[in-house]
Write a protein that binds this ligand. Structure first.
Ligand SMILES: O=P(O)(O)OC[C@H]1O[C@H](O[C@H]2O[C@H](CO)[C@@H](O)[C@H](O)[C@H]2O)[C@H](O)[C@@H](O)[C@@H]1O
Ligand SMILES: O=c1ccn([C@@H]2O[C@H](COP(=O)(O)OP(=O)(O)O)[C@@H](O)[C@H]2O)c(=O)[nH]1
Length: 464
């Protein structure tokens, strides 16, 4: 079996695991199965870039990390990745910022990644690059003579062409993707948007099987929806920690219905709209006040980016106002918690919650939705209310799907979930657990790696 070299911005085990997000959780599992290593940024900043590689072994996974300079982090991670690409790819061109220094910092850090990882790559290795931080890395590796098979997986949505063309030098960015042999997306919807861009903007052609032809270069593009590590999650959910967390939440709920939300504190997760929808529910269903509460777990993320600071302040205000307007001496409508929890504890909280309210405005997948389903009691499962704009909605069609921008739909879905008979809850859950169990992270990585192994090795990069 070939070695697998995984390259992503974030490498698991480097900071609070509870705030790492789904990408890191999914990749740690892949690396435990294949020989190889995981290369990325250490999360540390140094005065000058040294290129020193720190090799470590954590939990069955070999990691190779490098430090970045402060300017790199500002321009590449906080800048181009999270102030330009993240909002644009989540359809928020109103929040996207275009600054020349971000673009040059992004190129520079991708070159630094390429320069330091190239000597670690052996001839038969499969190379798998992840996410929007590292789109140009494939072409940088090709320039350094790497002819191995290289795949790329995008964990976030791919925007419609009409939005993507607002990015300065968009053609250069998309052309650099053609250096990969395989390009993976979370859903068919984003694969379609990519196809549209290739045909309209680059004058290329995409065959029905996903083979992309542009200027004499041929690559493969396909959808590979990511799943959770079902087996590992079942173990977490069966642990003593999970059982205690479940009891702790049930005890403190004192018989009230628990509605749970778990999201990084990010504007793409639709938290402001969710709070507004919950407020509408409290206004419309006065008889339910005192009988239900929303537990929103929202660990802070990307705190150095001002839009994230702003959303944090706004959510403090919104939750405070809802609590001020509706609370009673023995009840508060929202428990809003800005800390992360280990997954075993989360599993217990999911189990204790009759409803999950997961309403991102756009989300590549949303693994929390799948974890909630995996944690339920088969004889008395809870109800998942899910945004139709999350990648997960294409697989979890038996959730109560809502438009996350609509307060009325959120309010109606909460009412319907509370009233839903047990046999309907079981029927919906059984349909969803099948997909969560079968389309798990193991299947995701096997399918991607098998497809990449089937690609012919490349001898040169595209003309960019
Ligand atoms: O690394 P951070 O800046 O702290 O952000 C955490 C991760 O967020 C994003 O996760 C995405 O990947 C998930 C797994 O495929 C998917 O379920 C979710 O919908 C995506 O938003 C980001 O794409 C990762 O690169 C970050 O590490
Ligand atoms: O307090 C927390 C909050 C989240 N997570 C994990 O972070 C991941 C979030 O992934 P998702 O795909 O839902 O969103 P992302 O943050 O990657 O955009 C899930 O596995 C959660 O269990 C966690 O371990 N503790």
């Amino acid at each position: 079996m070939s070695r697998l070299i995984v390259i992503s911005n974030r490498v698991s085990g480097q900071r609070n695991p509870a705030a790492q997000g789904g990408l890191s959780v999914a990749l740690a599992a892949a690396l435990r199965e294949y020989r190889g290593l995981w290369f990325g940024w250490s999360g540390n900043q140094t005065e000058h870039f040294t290129g020193h590689i720190d090799l470590q072994r954590h939990d069955g996974v070999t990691t190779a990390t490098i430090d970045l300079e402060e300017q790199d982090v500002d321009e590449y991670y906080n800048g181009y990745a999270n102030r330009t690409l993240w909002p644009l790819f989540h359809y928020r061109i109103d929040l996207a910022e275009y600054d020349r220094s971000f673009g040059s910092g992004y190129e520079r850090v991708n070159e630094r990644f390429a320069e330091t990882v190239t000597p670690l790559i052996e001839p038969d290795d499969l190379v798998w690059v992840h996410d929007y931080h590292l789109i140009p890395l494939g072409s940088q590796l090709r320039e350094r003579g790497i002819t191995n098979r290289i795949g790329f997986f995008l964990h976030i949505p791919w925007p419609p062409s009409r939005l993507l063309v607002s990015l300065p030098f968009h053609k250069r960015l998309v052309r650099s993707l053609l250096a990969y042999d395989l390009i993976g997306f979370q859903t068919e919807e984003w694969l379609d948007s990519f196809r549209h861009y290739i045909e309209r903007e680059l004058g290329g052609h995409v065959d029905p099987d996903g083979t992309v032809h542009v200027d004499g270069r041929t690559v493969k593009a396909a959808a590979f929806p990511i799943g959770i590590d079902y087996k590992e999650f079942q173990e977490a959910a069966g642990s003593e920690v999970a059982r205690e967390a479940c009891l702790r939440l049930r005890k403190s709920a004192g018989g009230k219905h628990v509605v749970i939300g778990v999201d990084r504190l990010d504007y793409s997760k639709g938290l402001e709209e969710r709070f507004a929808g919950y407020r509408r529910f409290l206004e419309e269903h006065g008889d339910r006040r005192g009988d239900i509460f929303l537990l929103q777990i929202a660990p802070p993320s990307r705190g150095e980016v001002h839009t994230y600071e702003a959303i944090r302040e706004h959510l403090d205000e919104l939750s405070g106002r809802i609590n001020g307007d509706f609370a009673d001496v023995d009840w508060v409508p929202i428990r809003y918690v800005n800390q992360g929890y280990p997954r075993e504890e989360l599993a217990g909280f999911y189990r204790a919650s009759e409803i999950a309210l997961i309403t991102p405005l756009r989300d590549g997948m949303n693994l929390v939705a799948k974890e909630y389903i995996a944690a339920q009691d088969p004889d008395n499962p809870g109800v998942l209310i899910l945004s139709r704009f999350a990648g997960a909605a294409l697989q979890l069609e038996d959730a109560l799907l809502v438009n996350p921008y609509s307060k009325d739909e959120i309010s109606d879905a909460l009412h319907r979930a509370l009233e839903m008979p047990r046999d309907e809850r079981i029927r919906r859950w059984e349909a969803m657990i099948r997909s969560v169990r079968e389309d798990d992270v193991v299947k995701w990585r096997h399918q991607f790696v098998a497809e990449l192994e089937g690609c012919a090795a490349t001898s040169k990069g595209p003309n960019i």
